[in-house]
Design a binder for this molecule. Structure first.
Ligand SMILES: [Zn+2]
Length: 284
């Protein structure tokens, strides 16, 4: 079911990890950002749009992780975009014959059968100098940063005062750093939070990739919460963050925190465990 969060901006929630698909209404149809997860859910969204008489005229994936790269035939064949770096990462990781098998292995077993991988990752890269998504609707500014995944982009719909944050600024998931593709994941993440903070001054609605939408007060509260979490990782402190505490929404998030801590620990503090600059499993 579609729920309006701002003028001409609607969201469709997936059961998997509270994923949010975002629909932006334009003049001749809609822009669809991160369509959803299971085939039934995406088909349901396609049907809702059909009933509204609003074809999908453009798609966008915020980043190269499988749950943001899906599509369904019922959505039609609109051009689908991501940042150039996102698209290059998808090409790099999905071009061999074994790729879809690897992706399937990343999907939780209880939904693996329901996730349509046929049209996974068929996106075109927008060159870095392209500042807006090319489509006939409200201007959507691409705010690319290196934080959660290569070529990750948040999207700012200035006319509607909406920030679509991708996998940043969630109320249920801690910052999950890109530990594979960057020399300094902590500083990159902090720089990305500063970039979002600069862009989000006039935002009334925040839509994270996973979790609840937030109002203007939540934008800064979540930036502060994420910054505090990243500082904890940097300083190897104990987080007072409710997303990893006893009241965590997802019981696997404390494990993510433990792995991030371990990965980022200086080599001298580790004993044979994977560490800084060593690759961990890819999460496409
Ligand atoms: Zn992600």
């Amino acid at each position: 079911m579609l729920r309006q969060v701002a003028e001409s901006v609607l969201i469709h929630k997936s059961e998997f990890c509270q994923s949010n698909a975002v629909v932006v209404q334009g003049r001749a149809g809609v822009l669809l950002i991160d369509p959803g997860v299971t085939g039934d859910e995406i088909a349901c969204l396609a049907n809702d749009l059909l009933e509204l008489g609003q074809p999908v005229v453009a798609g966008f994936s915020t980043h190269p992780h499988w749950d943001h790269l899906l599509w369904h035939a019922g959505l039609g064949a609109a051009p689908r975009y991501g940042t150039a770096r996102c698209a290059a990462t998808v090409r790099d990781r999905l071009s061999d014959a074994g790729a879809k098998g690897r992706v399937a292995a990343l999907i939780p077993p209880d939904i693996a059968e329901q996730v349509p991988l046929d049209l996974l990752g068929l996106i075109a890269g927008l060159p870095a100098e392209v500042a807006q998504i090319p489509w006939d609707g409200p201007q959507v500014r691409i705010i690319e940063h290196q934080a959660h995944a290569p070529g990750h982009a948040a999207l700012l719909i200035e006319e509607r005062r909406v920030l679509v944050a991708g996998d940043m600024l969630s109320d249920v998931l801690i910052p999950m750093l890109d530990l594979n593709d960057t020399a300094d994941p902590i500083e990159d993440y902090l720089a990305a939070l500063r970039l979002l903070e600069d862009a989000a001054g006039d935002v009334d609605v925040l839509v994270p990739g996973h979790g609840s939408t937030g109002g203007a007060d939540q934008v800064h509260a979540r930036i502060d919460q994420d910054r505090a979490y990243v500082h904890t990782l940097r300083d190897v402190g104990a987080p007072g963050d409710p997303r990893v505490g006893p009241s965590a929404t997802y019981d696997w998030v404390p494990g993510v925190h433990a792995r991030q801590l371990q990965h980022l620990a200086p080599r001298s503090e580790r004993d044979g465990t994977p560490g800084r600059n060593e690759r961990t499993a890819e999460r496409i």
